[in-house]
Design a protein around this ligand. Structure first.
Ligand code: AKB
Length: 317
């Protein structure tokens, strides 16, 4: 019997992942856990646990007592926030991972999903169609923690047979909940400001190309990777994954087709320096060949769906 725990369920990916997993295997089989005291409204249809990913003993006893079989460990500080608090980012992004890897090593957990990111790449990485295997010299604390995490995932698989699976997420675009603390967040903010004020001040420069993905594709990728037969998973560090890629100027041009009065100006801040070290596009042939990945949402459709669904009331909640 599958019983899933999603740690960091209150975040941008977590909420949508829990909703989808509950639709698939039943509300009671998917426990949402987050540091927030209150369960997010969207997750009230199933069990919720207040959990601090850094409280190793509490996390361990919950997983063992509740007979959790799969863990999705999403609690992390993203690139921009991590730069403001490097020591805490390192602690949060690494310690929680060891807690779950150790539980799997001891046989308490059967499968783990742990997200990596395009932040594992750095200024010396080829920026166009970045290969799965390439130079990785990340310059952010977030990128360093994700790269180290990838190495540890592969190590636990090689040494102890831990079934851990991972994706290097690009920037994720969604409307159900707000992102927090990422460099790619402009590509979500822009839709809220387009609706609210018909104006946006972008914190990246107009020609900064970054890999992006619509959330529906990202959730599907996560579930397809986790459901793939074990012998199909050839990469135990983390898979490159591509949806689409665009610059602030290109997404603006697409929004202008729907809202001709929309105005954007550019005031790059410290996040520009981070974005400049990341790839513009990703080669994800390993994901396509190994477990059949194929994206569905391109820039045009992403813009249409975001403008249709973004609810500006979320900004004041
Ligand atoms: C961020 O911008 O930090 C994240 C990521 C690409 O991992 N969205």
């Amino acid at each position: 019997m599958r019983k899933i725990l999603v740690i960091g369920a209150g975040g941008q990916i977590g909420i949508e992942l829990v909703i989808r997993l509950r639709q698939m295997i039943g509300n009671d089989q998917v426990v949402a856990a987050d540091i927030k005291e209150q369960c997010p409204d969207a997750l009230l249809n199933g069990p919720y646990e207040r959990m601090d990913a850094l409280e190793r003993d509490d996390v361990r006893s919950f997983i063992i007592e509740e007979k959790i079989t799969e863990v999705y460990l999403l609690a992390a500080l993203l690139s921009a926030t991590a730069e403001k608090n490097p020591a805490f980012a390192w602690k949060l992004n690494m310690e929680g991972l060891f807690t779950i890897l150790d539980l799997a090593k001891e046989g308490h957990v059967k499968k783990i999903f742990w997200p990596s990111s395009i932040a594992v790449f750095g200024p010396t990485t080829p920026q166009v169609n970045t290969p799965q295997l390439t130079i990785m010299e990340p310059t952010t604390v977030y990128g360093i923690s994700k790269q180290a995490g990838e190495r540890w995932c592969e190590y636990y698989y090689d040494q102890y047979g831990v079934d851990v699976r991972s994706i290097r997420y690009p920037g994720l675009i969604s409307y159900t909940s707000l992102p927090g603390g990422g460099t790619t967040d402009y590509a979500v903010d822009i839709f809220y400001q387009a609706k609210l004020r018909n104006k946006y001040t972008c914190f990246l420069s107009e020609n900064t190309r970054l890999p992006m993905m619509y959330m529906q594709d990202a959730i599907r990728a996560t579930i397809e990777l986790m459901d793939a037969p074990k012998n199909k998973i050839k990469i135990r560090s983390s898979y490159n994954l591509s949806g689409c890629n665009f610059t602030p100027k290109e997404v603006t041009e697409e929004i202008l087709l729907h809202q001709p009065e929309f105005e954007v100006n550019y005031e790059p801040d410290f996040r520009q320096k981070i974005a400049d070290t990341w790839p513009g596009s990703i080669d994800d042939n390993s994901s396509r060949n190994d477990w059949g990945w194929c994206e569905q949402v391109d820039l045009k459709e992403l813009v249409r769906l975001m403008l249709l669904n973004v609810n500006v009331e979320l900004l004041t909640k």
